[in-house]
Design a protein around this ligand. Structure first.
Ligand SMILES: [Zn+2]
Length: 368
């Protein structure tokens, strides 16, 4: 784990205590600073364009694959799904919607409607409380529940909240594919990208289990429009053109929660739904007949059949990322000796197997 990941980790530990508007302002500042340092790997990491060995291309000789996905974060997003479905249907696209089973009530009618209209339903975490990957024990316990929802919803795909992931643990889920990684996105809490714009297989030789991993390859809407406050879709277009040129998979994750369909003035976490519409229109006009708009489950099945032709990551050999114990030195100057918040954060980081040295100083406030 590098320093930037450690800073991210601290931020996500403190997150529950910070009001939402302040979280956004802090993240905006961090993202803008980081953006300047990452121009060589974001939004395009040239290494990710490498064609996997043995790759034989997409069906019907299509130039690239187009996978549209939507994580539905809150009840607000859930209630906006019908706007987004309508928009996609009108333009002739299909997509996958991932719901959080235990954060809000997921309407059965909505799930049924999606599948009956040729869309897909998947599972996005369990509670979206940042604790899914806290320990292997917690993950295994929650995996049992996630598997129940997968079965009940007849879903075969999963995506982790905040793109936390541990590809080895994910074998516990009864899935055909997972989508919890990205080719390059230094702004995510677990910021290492998988450096490919192609699906790949994750297998475990010791247990004979496996699934297809679908990394997202376009920057997330929240990062672009809420944190970076971009006022157009130029970055989406640029990345799309680059992926098309390299014959890869364009996988976008756009959230109905953040899309403003009503045009009644944007909230701090919103961007015009028109941006997403413009993106779909751009694909249609520039690449008509050249892309394979496919559901996540169908691209996973396609890649599963071509098992010998896609890149494989073997998690039985892969070192468990959580087994690393980096040192963090946390220096805090706090004029209030009775304030226990810092100690709380320290304890909680320790619980996550991070070794932590804390230097604390207390100083009386001088009256001016
Ligand atoms: Zn989420």
């Amino acid at each position: 784990m590098n320093i930037s990941n450690a800073v991210n980790k601290i931020y996500y530990q403190l997150k529950p205590f910070i009001p939402r508007w302040l979280q956004i302002l802090l993240r905006r500042k961090l993202v803008l600073q980081k953006r300047l340092l990452c121009t060589d790997v974001w939004p395009i990491d040239e290494k990710a364009g490498k064609i996997p060995e043995g790759w034989t291309g997409w069906p019907e000789g299509k130039k690239f694959a187009l996978v549209l996905t939507h994580d539905v974060e809150t009840i607000r997003g859930h209630d906006r799904c019908h706007h987004l479905i309508k928009l996609e249907k009108e333009l002739g696209f299909k997509s996958a919607y991932y719901f959080v089973p235990e954060r809000y009530r997921v309407s059965r009618e909505l799930r049924d409607y999606l599948t009956s209209e040729g869309f897909e339903v998947g599972v996005h975490g369990l509670k979206h409380d940042g604790k899914l990957y806290k320990s292997e024990k917690i993950f295994r316990k929650r995996a049992l529940k996630i598997n129940q929802y997968l079965k009940e919803w007849q879903a075969v795909g999963f995506g982790s909240p905040s793109m936390h992931n541990n590809l080895k643990w994910i074998h516990e889920l009864n899935i055909e594919y997972d989508s919890s990684t990205f080719d390059t996105d230094p702004f995510e809490p677990q910021s290492e990208g998988v450096q490919t714009i192609f699906p790949f297989r994750v297998s475990d030789n010791s247990t004979n289990r496996g699934y297809v991993e679908l990394p997202y390859t376009l920057p997330q809407d929240f990062t672009l429009f809420v944190l970076m406050q971009e006022k157009n879709i130029d970055i989406w277009k640029k990345k799309l053109d680059w992926i098309a040129e390299h014959g890869g998979m364009v996988l976008i994750n756009a959230h109905p929660d953040y899309m403003d369909f009503e045009e009644n003035g944007l909230g701090i976490e919103e961007y015009p739904a028109e941006y997403y519409k413009e993106f779909l229109k751009y694909i249609k006009s520039e690449y008509e007949g050249q892309y394979w708009n496919v559901l996540s489950m169908d691209i996973a099945r396609f890649c599963s059949k071509k098992i010998t032709n896609i890149h494989t990551v073997n998690t039985s050999k892969k070192k468990d990322i959580n087994s690393k114990k980096p040192n963090i030195l946390m220096i805090v100057e706090n004029p209030f000796p009775s304030d226990i918040r810092v100690r709380k954060v320290r304890l909680s980081l320790r619980a996550e197997t991070l070794w932590l040295d804390t230097g604390m100083t207390t100083r009386k406030l001088k009256r001016s």
